[in-house]
Design a protein around this ligand. Structure first.
Ligand code: XMP
Length: 520
């Protein structure tokens, strides 16, 4: 069992496959309390071994009324540990203790007003009376409470939107406190995690760094060298920095220029590494190889696969030139590590992407993954803790397949140039307007649609740039950014004036869901 769970007050989140499960884990960490997300199938012995302070049963796409509905061992409720059920988890608790759950022909999705019916420790000192706005996403609901449970809150559609058996510290919420649209959701989570479960607020990056340096030293021992693929993004840079601080010169980083980078990106990364990280860095110019392989390819998944494979070939070639390479650093994050629960729900695979480019096992390298316990925002905090430059720590994410998946249709050198020029203008204007840090990402997408225009006295028939700018806390959900009109205007004017071959700029006003952040 994971030693962090043993050494910290831990809240265990049992996952029933909700798209929001990881958010629950993050919200708990935001309270400076360690959370571990595990599949609902975790055995009672394993749960006992973790010695959690409290347990949260997540939502999920199944119905408790269905045959073979996912459930927990009855012994879970004998552990004498506070339990909070959310959505599916709430229905599961209601059913388990003898209440009644009914199906519904339609899903309730979105904001609802919740009306408080009686006081509870879960809502203590939260200004939610008499009503407050909460986020719902459910089909079934609880129609009769089990004996000993009391109703805490209701909504127009749901007689029991929150209920509890306070003496047993059992709480159930039909709505999602982890979703930011629920007002005071984080306070509700704090009440459960800190007040009801009694967890100490002791999870912080200062302590984590010390522990991780020690662990990395022990793991790597005194023999063999360590290699790391550095992309310049936050994850690989922070991972490399931790390992470098732990073992120093035995680390060599490899940066592959795949020709799909943004304007001046390679130079920026090189100078950032030289100025701040003080690492041994090998830069490989592989642009031509990648472009050749991408010739004629338009399917997004095919692009990803080609780029992922080519990266492996290039990286392997370089790694083989290094003597005595025994370990490989990877910037794997906690969301990549959590075992996914097999359900048919929306949390199951949407695109075949994130953090692909995993290197093959036959390289026979031992993995070093200093970030595998962390969420993205914690990686940033760790970077700040290590005094890495803010320009690196706060860098907006950039996908591994780079501009290839922002070049809709074929990826050619000429199209990449147009995209790069447009992207550079967007970035310049976003920084000038002091908006960079408030956006999760802002970038250009080159579309495969041409449109007619007039320039001077001439008719033009040129390509289109879509401007994508989103706000988000983790990339799992996102909202389109309400950029000021004058910023939009400047970006559009500059791109159509300065980038030859672009005749039109459109602004993408799609949130995620239903859209994704990237277009491919
Ligand atoms: P989507 O498009 O799924 O993106 O809403 C969510 C976040 O992931 C990034 N992204 C990728 N990162 N390889 C990566 O390393 C990929 O193939 C990939 N596709 C999307 C995206 O930029 C956003 O931050």
């Amino acid at each position: 069992m994971n030693d962090i769970a043993m050494n910290h007050d831990t809240i265990l989140v049992l996952d029933f496959g909700s798209q929001y499960t990881q958010l629950i884990g993050r919200r708990i960490r935001e309270q400076s309390v360690y959370s571990a997300v595990k599949p609902y199938t975790l055995s009672i012995d394993e749960i006992r071994a973790m010695n959690p302070r409290g347990i949260i049963l997540s939502g999920g796409p199944d119905s408790t009324l269905g045959e073979n509905a996912p459930t927990v061992s009855p012994e879970l409720f004998d552990l004498n540990i506070p339990i909070l059920g959310i959505c599916y988890g709430a229905q599961l608790m209601a059913k388990f203790f003898g209440g009644k759950v009914v199906g519904s022909s339609h899903r309730e999705y979105g904001r609802t007003q919740m009306t408080i019916m009686s006081s509870t420790q879960l809502f203590v000192d939260i200004p939610i009376e008499p009503t407050t706005s909460v986020w719902m996403s459910h089909g079934d609901s609880v129609s009769e409470l089990p004996k000993d449970f009391i109703p805490i809150a209701k909504s127009d559609d749901c007689p029991f939107i929150a209920f509890a058996d306070e003496s047993e510290k059992l709480y159930a919420l039909q709505f999602h406190p982890e979703v930011s649209h629920t007002m005071y959701g984080n306070m509700i989570i704090e009440r459960f995690v800190v007040d009801i479960c009694g967890s100490r607020k002791e999870w912080n990056m200062t302590q984590f760094l010390q522990d991780e340096l020690k662990k990395t030293k022990e793991h790597v021992g005194s023999e063999g060298n360590v290699i790391c693929g550095l992309s310049g993004g936050v994850d690989s840079s922070v991972a490399a920095s931790v390992v470098h601080r732990a073992i120093g010169e035995r680390l060599t980083c490899i940066f592959v220029d795949n020709g799909l980078l943004r304007r001046s990106e390679r130079e920026q990364i090189e100078s950032m590494v030289n100025a701040h990280l003080n690492l041994q860095l090998i830069v490989v110019d592989a642009a031509e190889r990648f472009l050749l392989k991408l010739k004629g390819v338009i399917d997004p998944e095919a692009k990803r696969k080609i780029i992922g494979n080519e990266f492996i070939y290039v990286f392997e070639e370089e790694a083989n030139k290094l003597s005595d390479a025994k370990f490989l650093v990877q910037g794997t994050l906690y969301p990549d590590v959590i075992e996914s629960v097999a359900t048919s729900g929306p949390a199951s695979m949407i695109k075949s992407h994130h953090n692909v480019g995993g290197l093959p096992e036959n390289m026979n390298l031992i993995l070093v993954e200093p970030l595998r316990e962390l969420y993205k925002d914690e990686v940033r905090k760790l970077g700040i803790e290590m005094e890495l430059p803010l320009s690196m720590v706060m860098r907006q994410p950039f996908p591994g397949p780079g501009l290839a998946i922002r070049c809709i249709g074929e990826v050619t050198a000429a199209r990449l140039e147009k995209l790069r020029d447009s992207d550079a203008i967007i970035l310049e204007e976003i920084i000038k307007a002091d908006l960079y840090d408030s956006l999760w990402q802002a970038f250009a997408v080159l579309l495969s649609t041409k449109s007619v225009g007039v320039m001077g006295d001439k008719r033009t028939y040129d390509e289109t740039i879509a401007l994508r700018a989103v706000t988000s806390t983790d990339g799992m959900t996102a909202d389109w950014a309400r950029l000021p009109f004058d910023v939009l205007e400047t970006i559009s004017r500059r791109i159509t004036n300065e980038v030859s071959g672009i005749g039109r700029v459109v602004y993408d006003i799609t949130s995620k869901p239903p859209g994704t952040i990237e277009w491919e």
